[in-house]
Design a protein around this ligand. Structure first.
Ligand code: UD1
Length: 418
């Protein structure tokens, strides 16, 4: 097992080339099962979630080849509709396979999906939407068995704009008979990316990015070569790191519209932000003011996937911040680790009250989930002295080459064998 050694207090400067978005790439892997022609996904980041999704596709009989950063998926010989529980439990995104397996085989058998331990994460909305499309669902002993004679377009309303449920409906309805109208859809940019990908394969989908998505079922989908969007959460994480350390950093590849509320919050912290096309530039003195309040919300609200990193920023800023987590129940698990560094945080239910301290100090930190791990790195970069971050399996799920990218910006960071 590896760990990170970080010496805090270095200014950051330079440019970060942002990798393709984890949350865009994973549904595309699932969508590749919808055609028997080869699909090429360009610039897939070297993160363990992508490897895990590739393994799922191989278990189904597909050929998956990684060449440089490109991944070619040939599902012509896919024949299985069953995903082994060991893989489903590793990765939340395995749930997308329900929609695409149903489209391809009219059947799907998966164990309840895993992923980060950040809350209950039920999939009731996924299942009730699939039922609306004509799917019969049997749940027992931790398994979900879905079956249908045919998928039939329908009117579907989501009670809450779930990203995963929206994407699953798109994957199940894309070749269903007739038209599906999904209301209350999630509006995340990664959903627009999935729409673009499916339409490039020959689908007829419109409305992604708004709360009504219309899907006209088509008879066949073809292979495609596609470059997914870049990772707004990765970009946001580096901007927060630059804010904490002080310096001048530019992220490349992510449009400022996809990070609107974070940029607003960073200005509130006292940073200067400039943006042009897909470049975002931050200038920070490292002396920050707390945000009064950060409330996580579905897009375009403040992303829950940046909540932990923003909290870490506020720990060493001046004043008090109230952080409200509205998406997941247990997304403050990183708090005890930040307290080891001298952070003053009180958690009550969905809210955390942070009283900024002049400086955090280095400590030995144990990561517990992907974004929580990123928050520990943020805090360690800004802290006095050396920190170690243990259990990098979480960070490896979603951040490509993080130590290297940070080193290039001037951070003192090393990945070492424990
Ligand atoms: C996706 C992202 C994740 C991000 C989250 C919210 C991927 C691979 N993951 O996760 O990084 O943190 O969006 O932006 O894209 N819910 C239900 N029933 C359901 C489905 C969801 O109650 O059937 C609830 C969840 O518990 C949560 C909320 O809806 O409270 C939002 O979850 P959702 O948008 O579905 O998140 P994911 O798709 O799992």
């Amino acid at each position: 097992m590896d760990k990170l050694l970080i010496t805090g207090g270095r200014r950051l400067s330079g440019a970060v080339r942002v990798s393709a978005a984890k949350n865009a790439v994973l549904p595309l892997f699932a969508a590749s099962v919808l055609t028997e022609e080869p699909v090429v996904i360009r610039g897939v980041p070297a993160i363990s979630d992508a490897l895990c999704m590739a393994q799922i596709l191989r278990e189904l009989g597909a050929e998956v080849t990684f060449t440089g950063g490109d991944v070619t998926i040939d599902s012509a010989s896919s024949c299985s509709h069953e995903i082994p529980p060991s893989l489903t439990r590793e990765l939340r995104s395995s749930v997308f396979m329900l929609g695409s397996l149903l489209t391809r085989f009219r059947r799907a058998l998966i164990a309840y999906p895993g992923g980060c331990d950040i809350g209950l994460r039920p999939i009731d909305m996924h299942l009730s939407a699939l039922r609306r499309l004509g799917v019969g669902i049997d749940e027992h002993d931790g398994y979900i068995f879905c079956k249908c004679d045919m998928l039939k377009g329908a009117e579907i309303v989501l009670d809450f704009p779930s990203v995963g449920a929206t994407e699953n409906v798109m994957l199940a309805a894309v070749m269903a008979e007739g038209r599906t109208v999904l209301r209350g859809a999630a509006r995340e940019p990664e959903i627009v990316d999935l729409e673009n990908f499916l339409n490039a394969m020959g689908a007829k989908i419109r409305g992604a990015g708004s709360d009504v998505i219309e899907i006209e079922g088509v008879g066949k989908l073809k292979g495609v070569t596609y470059a997914p969007m870049k990772d707004r959460i990765e970009a946001g994480t580096y901007l927060i790191m630059a804010a904490v350390c002080g310096g001048e950093v530019e992220t490349q590849g992510v449009s400022p519209e996809n990070l609107g509320l974070l940029l607003h919050k960073l200005r509130e912290n006292g940073c200067k932000i400039g943006a042009k096309n897909d470049k975002i530039r931050i200038e920070s003195t490292g002396k920050l003011r707390c945000n009064r309040c950060i409330e996580t919300m579905p897009f375009p609200g403040f992303p829950t996937d940046l909540q932990a990193q923003a909290a870490a920023l506020n720990c060493g800023a001046e004043g008090c911040a109230l952080i409200e987590e509205n998406l997941f129940e247990t997304r403050f698990k990183y708090v005890p680790e930040l307290r080891k560094m001298g952070a003053d945080i009180q958690v009550k239910g969905r809210t955390a009250l942070i009283r900024g301290v002049p400086r955090l100090h280095g400590a030995s930190l144990l990561a517990g989930d992907l974004r929580g791990a990123a928050a520990l790195v943020v805090a360690a970069l800004g802290a006095e002295g050396e920190s170690e971050v243990l259990d990098l399996s979480h960070l490896d799920r979603g951040y490509e080459d993080l130590p290297h990218k940070l080193k290039k910006l001037g951070a003192k960071i090393a990945r070492v064998r424990v």
